[in-house]
Write a protein that binds this ligand. Structure first.
Ligand code: UDP
Length: 323
């Protein structure tokens, strides 16, 4: 059975992917510095080495300790706002940390990597549904680091024949269907956990702008359930194994939901109403960001199974109300 190195395997999407890999019979080695990951999320059947991917020596030790067949690379910084006042942190972690992984792969003859990229590479798309070929013009430094690392992967393929699949996530959301596992963040910025928190605390929820050129004036996003994202990684690994070819895929549902629509659905699911206040626009928010997912459905035969808004919200609500 193959051994997969998962960087950031204690994080939100990483830990759901680890669970799925283990269920499929893979041997999993997690490296994570636990800066935003959480031990509670980590599958007990995985090997774990607590280290920072910037620590080249520690990382290379893991490659000599285990016979790694492929890498799934999640570890990185993901806060858009932070990337705009501390770009160096983003360059170090997302570029230099990633390079350490590629170099360790090269030295140990590991040829396949799946990379967590982001729809942030597109910036503000000029088309309704954004396909992989759309113009890439990041509007924040976080998105820029994702795009640079994609380009680095292209060069490592040309020069060293390391093959990669970049998965450009849209809005990751949701939790385990039984509510047993979900997103844990020190500082929450994502709309669904904030919305539920405000509902629980009976405090008003702020919508960041209601004068966008969208159907109800609020921003439209493509929310994708974390279980569907995890599934995309398993398929990406098989794709690399079978095709020995690099590729890039959007991972989204191709359906958009506005912030106002989310609020309405959340009220239905919780049976509670929430007061809404309209706050100023948040800098760097594209009005409309929805995937064209034709390529991943056709090439990887991937389908979203849990990403309807009610499953996303119900699972996230269960997770919020866990004992
Ligand atoms: N949003 C909001 N109120 C909040 C948090 C987010 O209106 O308290 C909006 C945000 O402006 C964006 C959408 O919800 O239009 C999704 O934001 P999130 O941070 O979850 O994801 P992003 O699209 O930025 O990756």
């Amino acid at each position: 059975m193959q051994t997969i190195l998962v960087t950031g395997g204690a994080g939100y999407i990483g830990s759901f992917t680890v669970d799925k890999l283990i269920k499929k019979g893979f041997i999993v080695v997690i490296v994570d510095n636990l800066s935003s990951g959480n031990k509670q999320n980590m599958n007990e059947k995985a090997e774990f080495r607590e280290l920072d991917i910037l620590d080249k020596e520690a990382l290379e030790k893991v490659f000599s300790e285990f016979n790694i067949d492929a890498v799934v690379h999640f570890a990185g910084k993901i806060e858009v706002e932070e990337s705009m006042y501390d770009p160096k942190k983003y360059f170090d972690n997302n570029i230099l940390g990633g390079l350490n992984i590629l170099e360790a792969m090269r030295k140990n003859n590991v040829k396949n990597i799946v990379f967590s990229s982001s729809a942030a590479v597109y910036g503000i798309p000029n088309k309704k549904k954004v396909s992989e070929e759309a113009e890439k013009k990041p509007i924040n430094f976080y998105g820029q680091t994702k795009l640079w690392f994609e380009e680095l992967l292209e060069w490592y393929d040309k020069i060293h024949e390391i093959k990669s699949v970049c998965l450009r996530y849209f809005n990751a959301a949701g939790a385990a269907i039984d509510g047993s596992k979900g997103e844990i963040r020190k500082k929450e910025t994502h709309v669904i956990p904030i919305l539920f928190d405000k509902i629980q605390q009976q405090q008003p929820f702020s919508i960041f702008g209601d004068d966008y050129p969208t159907r109800d004036g609020t921003c439209v996003r493509d929310y994708i359930h974390v279980l569907d994202l995890a599934d995309a990684h398993i398929r990406a690994l098989s794709y690399l194994e079978e095709n020995n070819q690099s590729n890039i895929f959007n991972v989204g549902t191709s359906e958009g939901i506005s912030v106002k629509e989310l609020v309405e659905q959340a009220q239905k699911i919780t049976g509670q109403t929430t007061q809404i206040q309209i706050a100023p626009r948040r800098p760097g928010d594209p009005p409309f960001l929805v995937a064209d997912n034709t390529k991943i459905t056709q090439t990887l035969n991937w389908r979203p199974r849990y990403s309807d808004v009610s499953t996303i919200l119900e699972s996230a609500w269960k997770w919020m109300n866990r004992k």
